[in-house]
Design a protein around this ligand. Structure first.
Ligand SMILES: NC(=O)C1=CN([C@@H]2O[C@H](COP(=O)(O)OP(=O)(O)OC[C@H]3O[C@@H](n4cnc5c(N)ncnc54)[C@H](O)[C@@H]3O)[C@@H](O)[C@H]2O)C=CC1
Length: 306
């Protein structure tokens, strides 16, 4: 199975590449700018046609949630029109598409985890652009899986985990919001889930197209997530700071975030057998890996000093 994934250097594209390398018979081709640019829809079909994929994962996106508030047209162009171009090009090549979407399509007022059928109501430009993308993808390619995920981190690039570790290196205390709940999700676990979903989608006769929720098992507040990161960092010999929980009202950002964006992931677990691990285990694994990477980098920079 050859999986084409958009977003060459994105967290999810890199994670898919790494995880697929460990699975016999699965390969991942990462596609990105300039060959495939979601802002230039005419680039999408030729790039997909050239790579000979069996299925396409659209993981590329405009992901700067706060900046999107002042760049709504750009966010929409990438996350809605761009996603539509990927789905339509895949359809033209006879391929199914997996569109990655977000918990931020919900308004966050529900008391329980959101099922796929729950009413949407984004409270940010980013969430609205991703929701528009869902609709356009579904209309452009009947063989679509729309996979909503949440609070993604990985050993690659900037994310909440790397931010907490960076701040802990220079501060004793970090204030983190404690009244927004979600599902921290390792991009590596999500990659495993997507490989399982892609395999299933390619079975002859598969017909369960539609929306799925895939996220780490268990929920946390941002403050709880941060505390887990830093506890594990301390155990791994890395930086540590005390987390001071604060209400979201005290941490003003350009974009509003849903108060509760926990996702009910039962459908994906039952159709794809892709239940993701408990978020605490995956945070521990990523923090330990980052600590080992930074020890290796330090040893390489000063070989005589260990
Ligand atoms: N990071 C998170 O916390 C969450 C992410 N998601 C979704 O998961 C997916 C993967 O997210 P990440 O890997 O974390 O994102 P990321 O920000 O790490 O990577 C996004 C990638 O998209 C590429 N990209 C942006 N504009 C492009 C364009 N015009 N043409 C081609 N490529 C372009 C970027 O170069 C980058 O490689 C995205 O669809 C995102 O909306 C959903 C929920 C939470």
């Amino acid at each position: 199975m050859r999986i084409a994934v958009t977003g060459t250097s994105g967290q999810l594209a890199l994670s898919l590449g790494e995880r697929a390398a460990a699975v016999a018979g699965v390969s991942v081709i990462r596609l990105g700018r300039p060959e495939l640019d979601l802002l230039r829809p005419e680039t999408v079909a030729p790039a997909l046609a050239a790579c000979g994929a069996d299925i396409v994962v659209n993981a590329a996106a405009y992901t700067a949630v706060d900046r999107a508030e002042s760049e709504p047209a750009l966010a929409h162009a990438v996350n809605a029109t761009g996603a539509q171009a990927v789905a339509a090009a895949a359809a033209g090549l006879g391929l199914p598409v997996i569109q990655i979407s977000t918990d931020y399509v919900f308004d966050g007022t529900a008391p329980d985890p959101y099922a796929e059928t729950a009413p949407t109501g984004p409270v940010s430009v980013y969430g609205a652009s991703k929701l528009a993308g869902e609709g356009l993808v579904a209309a452009a390619n009947p063989r679509h899986l729309i996979v909503r995920t949440a609070w993604v981190y990985s050993p690659f690039g900037g994310n909440f985990v790397s931010t907490m570790l960076r701040l802990a290196a220079t501060r004793d205390t970090i204030q983190v919001v404690d009244d927004q709940l979600g599902n921290p999700t390792s991009a590596l676990d999500l990659a495993d889930g997507l490989v399982a979903a892609a395999r299933r989608a390619l079975y002859p006769g598969f017909s369960a197209w539609g929306i799925y929720h895939m996220a780490g098992s268990g929920a946390a507040s941002w403050a709880g997530f941060a505390a887990q990161v830093l506890d594990e960092s301390r155990r791994s010999g890395g930086p540590y700071a005390t987390i001071e929980p604060i209400p979201g009202a005290q941490f003003v950002t350009a974009a509003r975030r849903p108060t509760n964006s926990r996702l009910d992931t039962a459908r994906a677990a039952s159709v794809f057998g892709s239940g993701l691990p408990d978020w605490r285990l995956s945070v521990a694994a990523v923090v330990r890996r980052l600590a080992a990477d930074s020890r290796a980098a330090a040893a390489e920079a000063a070989p005589g000093r260990i």
